[in-house]
Design a protein around this ligand. Sequence first.
Ligand code: SAM
Length: 269
Amino acid sequence: MSSDQVHLGHRARKRFGQNFLHDEYIIDGIVSAINPRNGETLVEIGPGLGALTEPVGREVDHFHVVELDRDLAERLRHHPELSSKLTIHEGDAMQFDFKQLLTEGNKLRIFGNLPYNVSTPLIFHLLTFHENVQDMHFMLQKEVVNRLAAGPGSKAYGRLTVMAQYYCKVIPVLEVPPTAFKPAPKVDSAVVRLVPYETLPHPTTSLKWLERVCREGFNQRRKTVRNCYKQILSPEELEALGVDPGTRPENLSIVQFVEMANYLDKKHA
Ligand code: SAM
C-alpha cells in the first residue's frame, strides 16, 4: 500500500474525490475564515476523516455533515468527540435538499473541502438554495476559484462565473498547495467565500433565458455575439440592448447577459 493513498487508516477513494487535508496551518486558516459560532446552522459537505470537522466541532455544540462515503460516515458516528455534536446525512450532496436543515431565523452556513470531480455541478446545485444561505466557504481547484471570481474579458470568465456572480459576492480567501493534502492532488487549490446577495443586484425576469444566453454564449466562445445569438437576437436588437454584435460573449458583463435574457423573456411572453 502506498502511504500516500492511506490516511488515518482509510484508503482514499478516487471516485469520491478524496484528498484529505493534513496541513494544520492551512486547516487553521480555513476554520478562521469560516469563523463558526454557536447558534448558527452550519453544514459541512464531505467531512471525510474530519480535518475541518474536528476543529469546527471544538467551536460549536452542533452541526450537520453530508457525506457520501458509507465507511467515512460510519467512522464519524463513532468519533469520540464529534459523534454527539453531528447530525450525519449519509448521501449525495448533489441530490441533497439543503432547505430541510433550515430552522427559524437562521440561514445556512455551508462549508467543505469539496470533491473536485463534482465541484462545478455541486456549486450549481448549491446556488439554487441562495435564498436560504448566509455564506459558503469551499476548497476547490484554484482554476475553479479563478472561474468563480473572473471578470469579463478573461479566459476564466464563463457560465459558472456569470451564474455564481449573479447570486453571490465571490471572495477568494486562501491559496493551497498540493502538499497540504493526502494524497496530493495534481493541481493547486484555493479557498473561496461565496456570499449570496440578500437582494439580487441585477435580477432577471427569466432564469431560463439567462441560463440559455449563457449556455449559447459560452458554448461557442470563439464566435462573435452576432453569430452566437443569430437564432434568437438580430444585430439591431443587440445594438438596441447596448451589446456590440462584433464582440465575443466572454466580453459581456453580467448586466448585459441579464438584459438580453429580460428582453427575450418579454419578446416571447
Ligand atoms: N473534508 C475532508 C478533508 O478536508 O480532509 C475530506 C475532503 S475530500 C476532498 C471530499 C469529501 O467529500 C470526501 O470525504 C468524500 O467522500 C466526500 N464526497 C465525495 N462526493 C460526495 C458527494 N457527492 N456528496 C457528499 N460527499 C461527497
